[in-house]
Design a protein around this ligand. Structure first.
Ligand SMILES: [Zn+2]
Length: 85
């Protein structure tokens, strides 16, 4: 999985398991509260798909999401703070 941070969103690219030429792009907001995916399931249902869940799990594992870091007192952050606007 490839993840990068653009200042507001984590952008992850996930290759399809069934078709290696296919891939999905997942956007997760810096605080983890908003997430979008380009797969059909998410576009049709609007529900969190397995791609979104996988990306959020990965971000939490790495301690990137604010929701996670907020629960830990005075933990230094390795990523720049997103703009407050
Ligand atoms: Zn998806």
């Amino acid at each position: 999985m490839y993840i990068r941070f653009n200042g507001c969103y984590y952008i992850a690219v996930i290759r399809s398991i069934s078709n290696s030429n296919d891939y999905y792009v997942v956007h997760v907001s810096a605080n983890g509260r908003k997430a979008y995916c380009t797969c059909k399931y998410h576009l049709i249902t609007g529900k969190p798909c397995k791609h979104i869940v996988a990306v959020i799990n990965e971000l939490e594992r790495k301690g990137f999401l604010e929701t996670r870091t907020l629960s830990i007192n005075r933990t230094s952050r390795s990523l720049p703070k997103p703009p407050s606007s």
